[in-house]
Design a protein around this ligand. Structure first.
Ligand code: DAH
Length: 330
């Protein structure tokens, strides 16, 4: 047994000298020190020998064990330290840094920001309402009676009998007039939804900006002046525009505004950008404002169309595609 112990120590030293990395050190540990390793096995054999032998052998065995453990630990910390410096040396601090590209605002957000800032400069404040709206605010209060054919103008996503995804931002007028006393001068931007066939011209979701001015003596001429001032700031002084008589249940009289659209290499045409008019007295009554005392004008415009006109885009779907090649152009 004593011979075996000293042979083990010789083998142990030889093997130890061959180790050059942490992986071979682990194999070495398993071979000598793990539960089934050579040294613990010697301890098992130790149980079988006679009492007289045990005293000498026990001492030698304990010495071997302590020696092996210490040598192992020593080499382990040496190899670990070496590995660490190797890693640090492989770090090239002279490499140029990685450039992080920043995203930018979506064209629709940019357009909305621009529209908001123009109207703010004209004395309008900004107000928002929910996208899930009551049938009452979206239609009824805006003078669309139940079963009135005007409801067919807007294909609605109904949630249930009383609630829907708003089809326009006009219901925010109702909320605002119920909440605040005139004078009221605000724009109301947001998303609207329509159950329409998706094509180059229309999408199931888009953005609108609603405008409302209610005071003692608001006139149609002021409405025109405000909208023309807006269009000139937004599209440039030379923008070609026209007013056309129209119909909306919540305004009387009503009009629409078109701007001239001239895509490169194609035939130009008039593009409708907004609806407007004088707030119908019935709407004022519905929100508890006396139409004998107050008058108002209102307007509503589609943001996608306006942006498409400004930037020469001819397919609305590209605004919802998240195609980075398109988005990075703005
Ligand atoms: N809500 C209308 C639509 O979505 C747009 C509109 C027209 C809003 C006339 C108005 C308005 O405030 O006066 O088609």
């Amino acid at each position: 047994m004593i011979d075996k112990i000293s042979q083990t120590r010789t083998d142990f030293d030889n093997d130890l000298n061959k180790i050059s990395n942490l992986q071979s050190l682990e194999e070495f540990r398993i071979k000598y020190l793990s539960r089934k390793g050579i040294i613990p096995q010697l301890f098992d054999a130790f149980k079988e020998i006679s009492k007289e032998e045990k005293r000498i052998v026990g001492q030698a065995l304990n010495e071997l064990k302590n020696y092996a453990q210490a040598k192992y630990e020593e080499l382990k910390s040496k190899l670990e330290a070496e590995e660490k410096t190797k890693k640090e040396l492989s770090l090239d601090v002279t490499l140029p840094g990685r450039i992080k590209t920043l995203g930018s605002k979506h064209l629709i957000t940019q357009t909305l920001d621009e529209i908001k800032s123009i109207f703010k400069s004209l004395g309008f404040s900004v107000y928002e309402g929910p996208e899930l709206e009551s049938d009452y605010n979206n239609f009824e209060a805006l003078n669309f009676p139940a079963d009135h054919p005007a409801r067919d103008m807007q294909d609605t996503f109904f949630i249930n009998q009383n609630f829907l995804l708003r089809t326009h931002t006009s219901p925010v007028q109702i909320r605002l007039m119920k909440e605040k006393k005139p004078p009221i001068r605000a724009i109301m931007p947001g998303k609207v939804y329509r159950n329409e066939v998706i094509s180059a011209k229309s999408y199931c979701l888009f953005h609108q900006v609603e405008g409302l001015y209610v005071d003692k003596d608001v006139t149609f001429a002021e409405l025109k002046g405000t909208l023309v001032a807006f269009l000139k700031q937004f599209f440039g002084k030379d923008v070609r525009y026209r007013f056309r008589a129209s119909f909306f249940p919540f305004t009387e009289p009503s009009a629409e505004m078109d701007v001239w659209w001239q895509p490169k290499g194609k035939e130009g045409r008039w593009l409708e950008v907004l609806g407007c008019g004088m707030v119908d007295p019935n709407v004022l009554i519905n929100v508890g404002i006396d139409p004998e005392e107050y008058v108002g004008y209102a307007f509503g415009m589609g943001i996608e169309r306006t942006a498409m006109r400004k930037y020469g885009i001819d397919d609305i779907r590209i605004l919802f595609d998240s195609d980075i090649r398109f988005l990075t152009q703005f």
